[in-house]
Design a binder for this molecule. Structure first.
Ligand SMILES: [Zn+2]
Length: 88
């Protein structure tokens, strides 16, 4: 990837999603470091991806997952507990 070539939208998204080929990551980061335009675009793409993930998570939560509360007649589970905390 040419250092002076702006990152494509696909590259920005792939970088955030960690699907950008490893050999392209370093040139990409070097370009973003010296290119305010792509830095802004990267930040915007991060916001977009984050919003998409939040929307997807919301959708998953609202959808009644089969088996999730199989043994509970009343759905009185405490809300607002992020399952992310269970990681690690
Ligand atoms: Zn650029």
């Amino acid at each position: 990837m040419d250092l002076y070539k702006h990152a494509s939208d696909d590259a920005l998204e792939a970088y955030i999603l960690r699907t950008l080929p490893e050999m392209e990551v370093a040139p990409f980061e070097m370009h973003v470091l010296v290119c305010p335009l792509c830095l802004v675009r990267l930040a915007e793409t991060v916001e977009f991806v984050t919003a998409m993930r939040a929307a997807a998570a919301e959708f998953e939560r609202e959808r009644d997952v089969p088996g999730f509360r199989a043994d509970k007649g009343s759905a009185a589970s405490p809300d607002g507990q992020l399952s992310l905390k269970n990681r690690d």
